[in-house]
Design a protein around this ligand. Sequence first.
Ligand code: NAD
Ligand code: TYD
Length: 359
Amino acid sequence: MQDSILVTGGAGFIGSNFVLGWMGLSASRVINLDLLTYAGNAENLSLLDGNARHQLVRGDICDAELVGSLLRTHQPRAIVHFAAESHVDRSIVAPEAFLRTNVHGTFVLLEQARRYWSELSEPDQRAFRFLHVSTDEVYGSLGPQDAAFSETTAYAPNSPYAASKAASDHMARAYHHTFGLPVLTTNCSNNYGPFQFPEKLIPLVILNALEWKPLPVYGDGMNVRDWLFVEDHCAAIRAVLERGRAGETYNIGGMSERANIDVVRAICDIVDEMRPQPEGGSRRDLITYVKDRPGHDRRYAIDAAKIARELGWKPAEGFESGLRKTVAWYLEHPGWVERVRTGAYLEWINSNYTERVAL
Ligand code: NAD
Ligand code: TYD
């Protein structure tokens, strides 16, 4: 094996944050396999231009030949698997791509990893890691008084996205149990931070608020998510990769449960402060309740006691400070924003929000 890792989906939101952080902290090479779908953006990695330790390969995780050849050529000591279709609303409109990438793509990676791993020397086999990055959405929805999701909570995925991630988690588990492949799975709560594609709640609301456009809140706005700053997620993944026990799963969460309406109001206040309107006026007036998401999970909350106890990880960033940093990042990167809002983005915004009329 060589001192390199194969990252999938490393041009997306969390993957690019992970790769940028990793390159600053480690001497290993990164082979970054990404299809550059609408959600992938090579510009996220522009700080690494000319850095010989990072190689972006545009390709599909469903392409077994490509994956096998990357593994044989680069002999990585680990695979960190982020690549996925990740947006719940898109999975409701067009689920097939979720089955293809999240389920079949993960299977292809596991199978190619197993073949590569089975040829390694015994010490290299012991050292190898396959880290499968997953979500808390596999556990379904909580009531207001329910205990937070732990690693032993039964799976109950409710959206096509969550079901596809649950299926991939099961396949990852099976490859460890049946073949002994050193697989680790992480189930994380909602992330926010720089480079998030503006189809997700937080960047969408920041950009609409900046432009004085309506801020669409689904249903009654009381759905709760447990928000984690993306750099904290990346730190957790590094901890699991270096010190996690093969075959285990680790829940990762922000200890920051917030109702959507409170998140949206907080963004309004920060944007008002950072970009005040000379005549006054609050972005809160832009809040528009719209038709709910079908099957909308009411509440997610993560019990992150296991990763804290075993690996000493806990989030470093508070929600209010992380949100300020995130708003500031979007305000400071108008060029990035302009370039990700391509024809495909506008098409999605039109199709998702025109029929979601204000309630
Ligand atoms: P994202 O949609 O921003 O990025 C996904 C990346 O995967 C993109 O760069 C895309 O081009 C790439 N990709 C898609 N299909 C591919 C394919 N077939 N082959 C190769 N590359 C492909 O997603 P994200 O928010 O960064 O999420 C990354 C991972 O973390 C996903 O597995 C997601 O399920 C998980 N996760 C996300 C969150 C969150 O809040 N965003 C929370 C928990 C877990
Ligand atoms: P999202 O960012 O899509 O993440 P997820 O569905 O994976 O949790 O949505 C976060 C919450 O915000 C979720 O409860 C749905 C809600 N939401 C809105 O109210 N309005 C919007 O325009 C979007 C995109 C999401």
